[in-house]
Design a protein around this ligand. Structure first.
Ligand SMILES: C[S@@+](CC[C@H](N)C(=O)[O-])C[C@H]1O[C@@H](n2cnc3c(N)ncnc32)[C@H](O)[C@@H]1O
Length: 261
């Protein structure tokens, strides 16, 4: 459940980050630490190699992904937070980037005209296709897409959501810029991810590039990309065993912003 307290980002200075300079947010030499709780991007592997790692992990996990109740609860909470924050309309074309098994895609679908579930993992997309076939759902399509390795498709969307995916992305500024470019004027971008987690959320760090994000940094990146009405809030709090420790609390934020127009 989204909390009532919302922190509007009225100016990037309020987030403790430099004001936007108009430079290319995809150039991480000039944005080495945007929103990254790890103190910089860990260059574990070249992008192509890393993407294969992530895909392999996602493909392996896809079949059993929905068997973990905490994942379902997290996806429901993020979906609800998005729906409370973003004004959806029945004619809206939406995109879920890093859709996984479609838990959030299918939660958003009844509130929009159509939604594309995009992911770099064919195994994850196969799970969604199974759900579409089983339920006869209209208005949902799958899209094999990795913006780290290919240009954005030509489509424009009124809403783009991305949940728990940015920590798997090496160059977050370039992906946020690409997603912003795929918004039609007036369209919304909503990103949910972990607050700084000391690397304790994932038991297996394969394909995990960021130990959570400073939400002020993510909000500042939205502002740098030209988005307005940027807000950040807590979408969900969960407890799970931390790597090498007992139970600990993790929080997931939602940052949302609107493209002018
Ligand atoms: C932790 S899962 C989250 C799935 C879903 N959003 C949810 O919250 O249930 C992360 C997803 O991001 C996808 N992913 C990772 N890197 C990606 C990339 N570069 N492009 C597209 N999808 C990516 C993975 O395949 C995986 O399905």
């Amino acid at each position: 459940m989204a909390e009532d307290v919302v922190e509007p980002v009225v100016a990037p200075e309020h987030c403790g980050i430099p004001a936007p300079t108009g430079e290319d947010p995809g150039d991480d030499r000039r944005h080495p630490r945007v929103g990254d709780a790890d103190g910089g991007i860990r260059r574990l592997a070249r992008v192509g190699e890393r993407s294969k790692e992530v895909e392999h992990r996602a493909d392996t996990e896809a079949g059993a992904w929905d068997n973990v109740p905490a994942r379902i609860a997290l996806a429901r909470a993020i979906t609800q937070a998005i729906l409370e924050r973003v004004p959806t309309t029945p004619g809206m074309h939406a995109l879920d980037y890093g859709a996984g098994t479609g838990l959030i895609t299918l939660g958003i679908q009844p509130h929009v005209g159509s939604i594309a579930a995009a992911d770099s993992s064919p195994g994850m997309l196969a799970q969604i296709e199974g759900k579409i076939a089983a339920s006869g759902l209209a208005g949902v399509r799958t899209l094999l897409l990795d913006l780290e390795r290919e240009p954005p498709p030509g489509d424009q969307f009124g809403l783009i959501v991305s949940a728990m995916t940015m920590h798997h992305i090496e160059n977050v500024p370039s992906i946020v810029a690409a997603l912003t470019g795929m918004l039609r004027p007036g369209g919304w971008l909503a990103v949910a991810d972990l607050d700084p987690d000391d690397g304790e959320f994932h038991e297996d760090p394969t394909g995990v590039y960021h130990k959570g994000f400073e939400r002020a940094g993510m909000a500042g990146l939205f502002v740098t990309c030209g988005l307005e009405d940027v807000t950040c809030e807590t979408a969900h709090t969960l407890e799970k065993p931390a790597k090498g420790k007992g139970l600990r609390e993790f929080t997931v934020f939602l940052v949302a912003g609107r493209k002018p127009g």
